[in-house]
Design a protein around this ligand. Structure first.
Ligand SMILES: O=C(O)c1ccccc1NCC(=O)[C@H](O)[C@H](O)COP(=O)(O)O
Length: 219
């Protein structure tokens, strides 16, 4: 089975090249001003051009209005929109219709009960990004480098299309895969040397860890 991997929060040619050369299926660009990973839509447009045909470009927004989404979509022509705020199912429907693009809805989890948040989006969101709840006091809804209890995912239906996210790194991704067997993985701060600074060595190590985990599973 194919395993999608999204490297999120890219800002430089070097980091993008590392993500693509290591086999990322998705590359993510953050359009949230408070984030150390924020990128201007025009700069993202330049980077996404280099990714065309190699990985899907994902525009990550947080409760963005139509004007901002229009600017992003015009500047970078993403393949997918990731809605990482409190967007309602109705707003997800509206965004999908307006841009004719698939939407990945991010949901934040801590305990098994939090999975009930998924129900109203089923059949609406094309995919879920299951992330950890931000720690108290964080300004960021994502990219916090914190994990959640992956065991809560073990009961999800086999066909559910989602990316497992939140605090992944080369050291823990094998365990996450063994527990949850997700169809996709998403990582940001686990491949950074400082907030917002991607590290090509850490990117390569992450992919190597994923390959090793897959090999172990197949053996
Ligand atoms: O990464 C950010 O700064 C960010 C800011 C605002 C909304 C979403 C954001 N990130 C979205 C992602 O998809 C991250 O990859 C995801 O939250 C996991 O991050 P991490 O725990 O650092 O691997």
């Amino acid at each position: 089975m194919a395993l999608d991997i999204k490297i999120c929060g890219l800002k430089t040619d070097e980091a993008l090249a590392a993500a693509l050369d290591n086999g990322a299926s998705h590359v993510g660009f953050i359009f949230f001003a408070k984030s150390p990973r924020y990128i201007h839509p025009n700069d993202a447009g330049r980077l996404r051009a280099a990714a065309r045909g190699r990985a899907a470009a994902v525009a990550v927004t947080v409760d963005a209005d139509d004007a901002f989404l229009d600017e992003i979509v015009t500047a970078m022509a993403p393949d997918m929109l990731q809605l990482h705020g409190a967007e309602s199912p109705e707003r997800v429907t509206e965004v999908k219709a307006r841009y004719q693009l698939p939407v990945m809805k991010a949901l934040s989890l801590r305990a098994a009960d939090d999975l009930t948040a998924m129900a109203p989006y089923r059949g609406i969101a094309d995919r879920f990004l299951l992330d950890a709840k931000p720690p108290k006091g964080s300004d960021l809804p994502g990219g916090n480098g914190v994990t959640f209890d992956w065991r809560i995912l073990s009961g999800l239906d086999a066909g559910l299309d989602y990316m497992l996210s939140g605090g992944l790194n080369a050291g823990n991704v094998g365990e996450a895969m063994a527990i949850a067997n997700p169809p996709g993985l998403d990582i940001s701060s686990g491949v950074e040397s400082a907030p917002g600074v991607k590290d090509v060595r850490l990117i390569a190590e992450f992919f190597a860890a994923v390959r090793a985990a897959r090999k172990n599973r197949a053996a």
